[in-house]
Design a protein around this ligand. Structure first.
Ligand SMILES: Nc1nc2c(ncn2[C@@H]2O[C@H](COP(=O)(O)OP(=O)(O)OP(=O)(O)O)[C@@H](O)[C@H]2O)c(=O)[nH]1
Ligand SMILES: [Mg+2]
Length: 221
């Protein structure tokens, strides 16, 4: 089975090396979309043996994720795993994330931060994520506990059917809308998440930015 790990990365020199080093153990190939980073993200990713797709300028996470899907179709991947470059996800949980796909139980598996009661999630983030999930669930008519998780896995059917229009951080919500439309089975499993670093962007602005996009997705529907 060809299992690809796709990592969208923007200025992640601090963690990307370790993330790739760990991820390699569980997949056939690691692909990084380095989105106009101004630090050493690209050099480190290359050194760790990842295939690096470089954007000259920053285009947004959604565009990077879309590119990872195009690339996965191109190389005929069987499973695509997306994970963040900032060390918030645990590559050692990849086998449990992809298990429902291997067993043909799901097309999209979300690694949910809220199904694992041991996770510490800062309360401002918790409230924001709750609101975004409420809205995304309402708009998409699919109920999940963590609509915004960046740690997720996709079957071949999902890889072949998902094309995104969202350019930025609302791409995870768009996946949920498309899952309903394309009849892709969604499932969640608990994951461990680490919030050791300070938020890179202001969580309030970040949250509102995504909220506006989710409302637009609902209105468009
Ligand atoms: N390609 C690309 N990746 C991005 C961009 N913005 C963020 N990312 C990546 O997307 C992942 C999630 O972004 P974060 O900024 O950590 O978002 P978050 O996890 O919701 O926020 P934090 O709680 O602050 O970590 C990370 O791997 C980032 O490097 C971008 O503009 N382009
Ligand atoms: Mg993060």
């Amino acid at each position: 089975m060809k299992i690809i790990a796709g990592i969208p990365a923007y200025n992640e020199e601090k963690f990307i090396g370790k993330v790739i080093e760990e991820t390699k153990k569980y997949v056939s190939q690691v692909i990084v979309v380095n989105d106009g980073s101004t630090d050493k993200t690209a050099t480190i990713a290359q050194k760790e043996g990842a295939l690096v797709i470089n954007h000259k300028n920053n285009k947004g996470k959604g565009i990077a994720v879309n590119k990872l899907f195009y690339k996965s179709r191109d190389i005929k991947a069987d499973i695509l795993v997306l994970l963040d470059a900032d060390g918030q996800h645990q590559p050692k949980e990849i086998p449990s994330l992809i298990k429902p796909i291997i067993n043909n139980k799901a097309d999209i598996v979300i690694g949910s931060r809220f199904l694992n009661i041991k996770n510490f999630i800062p309360s401002d983030r918790k409230i924001g994520l709750y609101i975004l999930t409420l809205l995304t669930n309402f708009g998409s008519r699919i109920k999940v506990t963590d609509s915004q998780s960046g740690f997720r896995a996709f079957s071949k059917k999902a890889i072949n059917n998902l094309y995104f229009k969202e350019k930025g951080l609302a791409v995870e919500s768009e996946m949920q809308f498309l899952a309903k439309e394309k009849k892709l089975r969604m499932l969640e499993i608990p994951i461990t998440t680490l919030y050791e670093e300070k938020a890179k962007r202001n969580p309030l602005f970040h949250g509102f930015g995504v909220l506006i996009r989710v409302v637009l997705l609902i209105l468009k529907k």
